[in-house]
Design a protein around this ligand. Structure first.
Ligand code: NAD
Length: 362
């Protein structure tokens, strides 16, 4: 397989920004979408980054996602808010939730925000990071309505979404605890990356229609696996949940909290594709009457990091460390871009009359 090329982070961000602007997004919104996507790649999660651009462009064409953000606040009372994202871009709505949460915590010490009908929110940990940078602790439960692609524990047919969870706890030194994962064995984007670039998946990433483990993207994409924008519901199999009944239980909890209780809806019914998110945000210092919490967080993180490793040279990390390390490497060497994805972006560029970066050549 050909090694990926590297492209400067600002250069690819500006290119995507120009593509989304040309596709009809307001300049400021295009910038937020491009930055969030490129940051997903830069933090080691390409499954939620640049690889999504062709699918997002299809969404704009089909009218599945509005290029111009529209937000309706359905309910607002003290520390409670319910927002309808009206199928706008999730990357723009995520910033809106973060801004609202900061305001609400300042006035009420707590924010419980339900978001329904959001376009794809991308890497959920990105929202927890922005809040942690502002000194706020946050929990986010997410569902993907209209995306029944994961089998519940013990099942061999899709019933739920990849339903991610993110938890952010700020640390005074900026090395925040950011736990952020799909409750599926792998995020669907990782199967998309495997289908496009040939990366290897865990042997039990999926379950086929006979109940056997599978690592083949065709299990969920079926015949659409060869298309530019494969459909994860076209195959007969499903993605498995992580951690057997425990991960499956968390996935079901996300469907209930972020789906049933925000009005985004669960995967019990056929629905248009959207993310639902329930976010709980607070400032721990508001109830830290003895002023001990920051020190306890620092002591705890240090005790985890200094745990003797099982394998020499492979230090114990806290969630958030791998993304920070990856970002530092990307800042120095640029973002990886496979030839397949680069070619797809060039095609989109051509169709929108946006010149690709000169460094990529013809
Ligand atoms: P993953 O399996 O890569 O796990 C990532 C988490 O594990 C991070 O918190 C990371 O810091 C931590 N981690 C990784 N290696 C570690 C180590 N050695 N020690 C300690 N912690 C470690 O994540 P995933 O399930 O593949 O999800 C990828 C992304 O997909 C996430 O950002 C998620 O939010 C996103 N996602 C989004 C949607 C959506 O609809 N918007 C759906 C599913 C997933």
């Amino acid at each position: 397989m050909e090694p990926d090329m590297r492209i400067n982070q600002d250069e690819i961000t500006n290119w995507l920004d120009a593509l989304f602007t040309a596709a009809g997004c307001p300049k400021e919104e295009a910038k937020l979408i491009a930055s969030h996507l490129v940051d997903a790649d830069a933090s080691g999660h390409p499954s939620h980054g640049i690889v999504r651009v062709p699918r997002y462009m299809e969404y704009i064409k089909e009218g599945t996602v509005r290029p111009v953000c529209a937000i309706e606040t359905l309910m607002s009372a003290g520390s409670l808010r319910l927002i309808d994202g009206q199928y706008s871009f999730g990357q723009v709505l995520g910033h809106h939730v973060v801004a609202q949460a900061k305001e609400m915590v300042a006035s009420h010490s707590l924010a419980l925000i339900g978001l329904r009908n959001a376009g794809h929110l991308g890497r959920i940990g990105g929202w927890a990071e922005l809040l942690a940078d502002a000194g706020l602790t946050s929990l986010h439960f997410v569902t993907v309505a209209g995306s029944r692609i994961v089998a519940p524990f013990g099942g061999r047919e899709a019933r739920i979404s990849t339903a991610p969870i993110a938890i952010g706890v700020p640390s005074a030194d900026g090395q925040h605890f950011i736990l952020d994962f799909a409750t599926s064995r792998v995020a669907e984007g990782k199967i998309l990356v495997s289908q496009k670039t040939g990366t290897k998946l865990p042997f039990d990433a999926m379950v086929d229609s006979h109940g056997e483990d599978s690592d083949q993207p065709v299990t969920i994409y079926g015949e659409s696996a060869t298309s530019n924008v494969p459909n994860p519901r076209a195959g007969e199999g499903a993605i498995q949940t992580f951690g057997q009944h425990k991960g499956s239980g968390l996935g079901l909890a996300c469907e209930l909290l972020a789906g049933a209780l925000t009005g985004a809806g669960t995967n019990a019914h056929e629905r248009p594709f959207c993310n639902g998110m329930l976010s709980l945000v607070f400032k721990a210092e508001d109830f830290d009457t003895e002023n001990t919490m920051q020190q306890e967080v620092a002591d705890f993180i240090a005790s985890i990091r200094t745990c003797p490793p099982r394998q020499d040279g492979q230090n114990v990390l806290i969630p958030g460390d791998p993304e920070r390390a990856r970002r530092a490497e990307v800042a120095a060497n640029g973002v990886s871009l496979s030839q397949t994805i680069c070619d797809q972006l060039k095609q989109i560029s051509l169709s929108l009359s946006v010149p690709p970066p000169a460094s990529l050549g013809e």
